[in-house]
Write a protein that binds this ligand. Structure first.
Ligand code: NAD
Length: 510
């Protein structure tokens, strides 16, 4: 059986006492084993990073950007291989898998412009003869700990920027779909990056704790579920590191009475069920404003949901594929039962779905709940599966309160033709990323990504200008050069100094 290794100092390998099963979610069978590394593997990676990073930081930013350009070309050339590998471990359909890689590449494109992003600030004449300037310098060694649901995009969010600004980067991907991160690191080497600049250590909690406690790692970026994000944040900060830790989500879509409901239904089919709902920017809660809007929406949603095609991840016609593993399938189905027990109305039940010929695959049909209320645990917690919940709101103000008062604050959307309502909503809602008639408002790579409340711990967001800030330290220099012209030696006893001085003398005209 295939073993998925670490990639340390340019070489794959490294035995481990423990391994994790990596499944093919389409068949339910184990397709590979991944190493679960320890402090020993991390120490080797840190030593290689320490050897490589000073030279990389001293390489001028344009040359670093050229490696990024080359990496982008290589990923594009290998897109189909990467998308199929990703899909085979995650279960998302191929088109979604390509999107996963492409959204990561968007950040690599941003990183190609790093010379511009690193230009500092300058104040001339801050005092008599005094100028002040600031520069951004890399942290040194950064680490990323990533979730299973975007095994290409999220690593690239992190290492694209971290490396372009001059850091070495150690990635610990999800142990559920670890192959694509290793391929990306191999392509990065092929692009001309020195060994030790991008390394992959495989593992679970043991490796995460080793990263958080390692004194040579200066910054840690985490994306995953909220309880673990909070733990990572606290432990990393206690160890003196800079930490950003993105967590879970429960994004709401507010539907005003004037919204184009056919468009909303089409948007929700993708935003709630695409990738089997395993997206932190999925839209699992829809809030129609007014009973009449709710009834009309429900009537249109039912046939749309019932017509969704669930299939193997290589089925080009499938709307979505299986969820990542059996434990997650059981968890989602338990949440559906919980919703029923709590008194929500289960309008479409996706449990018990079986795909002919793939009876052991981790498939779940789409589910729709109506009359979900805020006291229900199935509303308050993240389900992370193909389940859409309707929460009816009597008016705009009550609809605005729902996402604002929810424990998560990642994304939110409003569907309306009314510019004033949209503006009010965008300005007042207590959530980090807002869509106006855009169901999945993921900011483009040159803006920054990050939620509020329990969706993100730490102050600085992912990629874009915030990413540059996260992966660098600011140094500010206040300088004064005394007018020492008369004191400088001239003539043969110190020709070099004289030549320097001459270079500063402005020739007089005439
Ligand atoms: P997860 O929290 O289970 O795992 C994330 C990472 O943490 C993995 O690398 C894993 O190995 C590690 N980990 C797991 N258990 C740990 C423990 N006890 N101690 C230390 N580390 C541990 O998340 P997941 O299931 O892989 O991903 C799905 C979650 O990620 C969802 O909650 C989703 O909303 C969230 N997510 C958030 C964003 C965002 O930007 N806010 C983006 C994508 C996913």
């Amino acid at each position: 059986m295939r073993t998925i290794d670490h990639l340390i100092a340019g070489h794959s390998g490294g035995g481990a006492a423990r391994q994790n099963d990596v499944f093919d979610p389409n068949t339910g069978k184990v397709q590979a084993k991944v190493q679960l590394g320890t402090q020993a593997e991390l120490d080797k990676a840190v030593a290689a990073a320490q050897a490589a990073q000073p030279g990389w930081a001293a390489t001028n930013p344009q040359r670093r950007a050229r490696v990024m350009f080359k990496f982008k070309e290589l990923v594009e050339a290998n897109m189909e291989e990467l998308a199929h590998l990703l899909s085979s471990e995650h279960g998302k359909v191929i088109a979604d898998a390509r999107g996963d890689v492409q959204r990561g590449l968007d950040v690599i494109e941003f990183a190609c412009g790093i010379p511009h992003a690193l230009k500092g600030e300058y104040t001339q004449g801050a005092g008599p003869g005094i100028d002040v300037y600031s520069m951004r310098q890399p942290i040194g060694i950064g680490a990323g700990i990533t979730p299973f649901n975007f095994p290409a995009m999220i690593p690239m969010w992190m290492f694209g920027v971290a490396i372009a600004v001059g850091n070495a980067f150690i990635l610990k991907p999800s142990e559920r779909d670890p192959s694509v991160p290793v391929r990306l690191a191999e392509l990065f080497l092929e692009a001309g990056a020195p060994e030790g600049i991008l390394q992959v250590v495989q593992g679970d909690k043991e490796m995460v704790d080793a990263i958080l406690d390692h004194p040579a790692i200066g910054a840690v970026s985490f994306v995953g579920s909220s309880d673990i994000a909070h733990y990572v944040y606290r432990r990393g900060v206690a160890a003196g590191k800079r930490v950003q830790a993105m967590g879970g989500a429960k994004n709401h879509g507010i539907v005003m009475p004037d919204a184009d409901l056919d468009q909303v239904v089409q948007d929700l089919s993708g935003a709630a069920f695409g990738s089997a709902g395993e997206r932190c920017m999925a839209l699992p809660v829809v809030v129609p404003v007014g009973e009449e809007t709710a009834d009309r929406l429900r009537e249109k949603l039912i046939p749309a949901i019932e017509s969704l095609r669930v299939g193997v991840s290589t089925d080009a016609e499938a709307h979505y594929g299986p969820v990542v593993n059996a434990a997650h399938k059981e968890r989602v189905e338990n949440w559906i039962q919980k919703g029923v027990d709590e008194g929500a109305e289960l309008v479409v039940d996706g449990r018990g779905f079986q795909l002919q010929g793939h009876e052991e695959g981790f498939f779940i049909g789409p589910s729709l709940f109506d009359r979900v209320t805020t006291d229900m645990e199935s509303y308050r917690e993240e389900i992370f599966g193909p389940v859409l919940q309707i929460v009816r709101a009597p008016d705009f103000e009550s609809a605005l309160r729902l996402p604002s008062e929810h424990q998560y604050g990642n994304g939110v959307a409003i569907f309306t033709r009314n510019g004033h309502a949209a503006r009010e909503f965008a300005h007042r809602v207590n959530v980090g990323m807002v869509g106006i008639n855009v169901p999945i408002p993921v900011p483009v790579a040159y803006h920054s990504f990050g939620g509020w409340k329990r969706s993100a711990f730490g102050d600085v967001n992912q990629h874009g200008p915030e990413g540059v800030r996260f992966w660098t330290k600011v140094k500010t220099i206040t300088q004064r050069w005394p007018d020492g012209a008369g004191d400088l030696p001239r003539g043969s006893e110190d020709g070099a100094a004289a030549r320097i001085q001459d270079a500063f003398v402005i020739p007089t005209m005439g």
